[in-house]
Design a protein around this ligand. Sequence first.
Ligand code: ADA
Length: 565
Amino acid sequence: MVRLFRTNYLRNTAEIGGVWDFVVDGGGEYKLPVPGCWEMHPDLGTYRGSGRFTKSIYVERDCNLRLVFKGVSHTARVAFDGAAVAQHYGAYTPFDAVITGVCAGWHTICVDVDNSFGEHSALHMPNDYYTYGGIVRPVVCEYLGDAYIERIEFVPKKTPGGWQADLRVFVRNISGGDMDLAICGEIAGNRLDFAGQNIAGNGVFSGIFDIQNIDEWDISNPNIYLLNVQLLQNGTAIDDLIERVGFREVLVDGEKILLNGREIFIKGFNRHEDHPIFGMSLNLQAMATDIALIKDMNANCVRTSHYPNDELFLDLCDEHGILVWEENHARGLSEEKMRNPNFDRQCEECIDEMVKNHFNHPSIIIWGVLNECASNTEYGRDCYARQIAQIKALDKSRPVTYATHFKYRDISLDLADIISWNIYFGWYENIPAMENVTKLLEYSDANGGGAKPVIISEFGGGAIPGYRDRRRVKWSEERQCDILEETLAAYLHHPRITGAIIWQFCDCLVTEEEWYDRRPRTKNNKGVVDQFRQPKLAYDVVKQHFGIGSTMELGRFFDEYIRKG
Ligand code: ADA
């Protein structure tokens, strides 16, 4: 499954899933499922290198084809009937290839995939998560005419009278000539008509429309609507694209984050896309299980640590009212690693693809960049500034932040709309949680972070599943309970803290290189559930604290209770 809804009725599309032939470079031949990770095959459990996927497809009629790859880990080179048509770096964002003048008949798609580490890869490297190998997310074949709708940007705007839709529809004319084109659309019974244009290549249709009879999207009522857009030539619809959107507005107001004008407290989990059976290619059932557990623990947020997520998971967050902090791919890169000659370009491409492809998900309320990279040096600060500016140029409707671990040495706090700290009191530092939050706030307020919302974006401790010890020593499930007990009690009720995001939802695989000695089972064991999603003792500690809620939420609850009488 690619999305939770049909994205096209007019345009003929088909997922190219099933089983593809796979040949390991210089090695064996396999038949592997796509999407999937090659590590799931017993011969390839730790394989790091390259190989070729091959699939034949039958095209019923002469047409233009668009192959959309939702994710290939981590580098792809795509050939169609032997001719190179696309290449892409980065496992976590989609890319496409448009092939014009395809004749009816059988055709062959070859994808050379490489998940090796080295100078060529500035973002995928040995790390505290695992870079899998394969065509890890779905592949879709789209049959196009001479022009098509490439993407849509929908920005909901709250007005005194209700809501407006600020729309931009991006169109590509691949006919080789110019075309008189127009756009029409509909959402919740509201018609959307755009004036026609003569378009020779790429074009954009823009318009702002008053929208009637809709209900807002928010955590407890995640109302979503189908935005149906059609491309017209001489009054006839020649293509279409459907998006699912929500009418909600997220703003930063001083130290508060407002959703539809109401203050919210963000409480949730950092979640890696990782599973012992599926690798990073979780299916809908596995994703839905994660969502159910996250909601059962009374959380309202997921941070996509540390990369853009599968759109199917974002669709689930849209439907369930789960707030999302989505971030570009990077974890813990020193200035030296940020100086890799491929770093800037690979980050820039990831950000561009993340924002453009995930723009319309109402659940995404925050964009993040560069988790725990060198925001403590001038060179690093320049990278943060460029990437934050790039996001803001692509999307003015959401705040931008980054998670730092440089407590009193961060020199980039002024660049962020929200201040976010990864701090592990009780695990890496045995200092009382409240004491250091106060000191952190003093530093932040004096160094660019004053009068901004503050999120504790990572906190927690490790617990080996099933390791119980009445001494409550580190790595026992009891100790993880104690750490989360203290930190949740501190962060949910601190007057300056707007969010608390636990590290992490589930245990995840890490790379053996550089991490085996600090990660028992070659896993990051700070999950509140284990890799099979079996709850640890801390599950009920989290459920209780998130269920009681933050002081802010309690205060709002009583205000509403008193107001209603
Ligand atoms: C960092 C990092 C996480 C994880 C965590 C840990 O904050 O952002 O990816 O590595 O530490 O478990 O130590």
